[in-house]
Design a protein around this ligand. Structure first.
Ligand code: NAD
Length: 433
């Protein structure tokens, strides 16, 4: 399970903590603790394929830190999943929960698989098989998974059902992002995009933006990318480019996002359509690559696909002045420096995409008390949480004249530091406190 150190995303994620600790109240020991996830599980999952053969899949579950509460984080199904990536994602979850002041630590899981190559039955057997292997590791009071890239509500439903079968207890609180019929929360599926939207609205107020003048490009037109694009479009923002794994489309006048969502979700292909009244018609749009999308002359760039979209290779050519990280880790550590030097504002992932875990927390609260909220209540509480924590981070940024990313990590470290101090640190035991 050893990982190549020089390219390690986990090591790079730790460097961001190092930069931020100067602006936070946290002791050296706590930083040391954060360099080591508390538990890591590597599993093999035998799955009977439809053709009768047996295939073994590999998966991971990493719990990074549990000082502030049970650990929380998604499960990713992707061919490139590896332990180093899962560790980095679990560290980001620890920080994200702390930035939003949610009483959780961080975790993450993943299975090395291309789910698009599996039949629905094979996917179900794999999902249930993964839970079978991690059932002693997870639980409503210890570690609570959720969806991530290429996992969805239905998969969460299978996983909750499997866990309940294994433990002989109905356990909706073991996993979030479930279908509504199995204890999911209203508002969860759009929550990540909605959280990013509230961050953009805060910035809009600070910078006196007229939404109609703001051109936006969205890389990754999946769950999170579609939700944020839809909300921005409704407010008049011009969404001039979107893309998925097969490539992108660009139209200077902007797209009608509800129509694009309809065609993308029905045909699984991004095709330009324009709706006037109720009549949708195909309109001309330029085909662009994902690389070209990132470098477009736009005001707001929203990477909402995977990690490492912006690297030193392309950072210099990014024209957008504001980047909203809906994906986890879309800007590399080195690219950050290039963008910072060019005075770009980056709303960092641990704040910008924290709407998902915030509503996951609301779902868990609803499951635990058996009282289910209206969508309006969910959205109102999400808006309050996002706006409040955006402000905390923004003020730290202004106070110390640092990047918004460093400020977000400093805010997280302040909360983690306070929790660790409350449990007793070296200073306490040596009588200095
Ligand atoms: P998703 O699977 O619904 O969508 C991902 C989209 O990205 C798909 O449209 C896919 O075609 C596209 N894509 C994949 N590779 C691409 C590439 N190289 N270039 C352009 N597009 C590409 O996943 P999602 O839930 O929307 O998650 C997207 C990102 O947001 C991930 O980084 C995830 O970790 C992060 N995130 C999601 C949530 C959530 O609640 N869904 C929460 C926090 C963070």
């Amino acid at each position: 399970m050893s990982e190549p150190a020089e390219d390690s995303i986990f090591e790079k994620a730790l460097k961001r903590l190092d930069t931020a600790r100067k602006y936070a109240t946290i002791d050296e020991e706590t930083i040391q603790r954060m360099q080591h996830p508390i538990q890591m599980l590597h599993v093999s999952i035998p799955v009977r394929m439809d053709n009768g053969t047996l295939k073994i899949f590999e998966g991971y579950r990493v719990r990074h830190d549990a000082t502030r509460g049970p650990t929380k984080g998604g499960i990713r199904f992707h061919p490139q999943v590896n332990l180093d990536e899962v560790k980095a994602l679990s560290l980001w979850m620890t920080c994200k929960c702390a930035v939003l002041d949610i009483p959780y630590g961080g975790a993450k899981g993943g299975v090395i698989v291309n789910p698009k190559e599996l039949s629905p039955m094979e996917l179900e057997r794999l999902s249930r098989g993964f839970i079978d292997k991690v059932a002693d590791f997870i639980g409503p009071d210890t570690d609570i998974p959720a969806p991530d890239v290429y996992t969805n509500e239905r998969i969460m439903g299978w996983m909750m059902d499997e866990y309940s079968t294994i433990t002989r207890r109905h356990s909706p609180g073991v996993i979030t992002g479930k279908p509504i019929a199995l204890g999911g929360s209203l508002g969860r599926s759009a929550a990540t995009g909605r959280g990013a939207y509230y961050c953009i609205k805060e910035l809009e107020a600070k910078r006196n933006w007229d939404p109609h003048q703001i051109r936006v490009a969205v890389q990754g037109f999946g769950n999170a990318g579609q939700s944020v694009a839809q909300l921005l479009h409704r407010d008049g923002y011009q969404i001039v480019a979107v893309s998925d794994s097969k490539g992108g489309i660009h139209r200077k006048e902007g797209f009608d996002i509800p129509s694009l969502m309809k065609t993308k979700n029905e045909s699984r292909v991004l095709k330009a359509v324009y709706c006037e009244g109720s009549v949708c018609e195909a309109i001309a749009a330029d085909k662009i690559t994902n690389e070209e999308l990132l470098e477009l002359d736009v005001d707001l760039l929203i990477p909402a696909a995977l990690e490492n979209a912006i690297t030193t290779e392309n950072a210099d050519r990014i024209q957008a002045n504001v980047i909203v990280e809906v994906a986890n880790g879309p800007v590399t550590l080195e690219a950050d420096e290039v963008l910072d030097a060019k005075k770009k504002l980056i709303i960092p992932d641990i704040l910008a995409n924290a709407g998902g875990v915030t509503v996951s927390y609301f779902e868990w609260v609803q499951n635990r008390c058996g009282d289910y909220w209206s969508e309006e209540k969910v959205n109102t509480r999400l808006e309050q949480a996002m706006r409040q924590q955006f402000e905390v981070v923004y003020q730290l940024m202004e106070q110390h004249q640092i990047s918004m990313r460093t400020a977000a990590y400093a805010s997280a470290l302040n909360r983690i530091g306070a929790a660790v101090a409350a449990t007793g640190t070296a200073r306490y035991f040596s009588g200095q406190e």
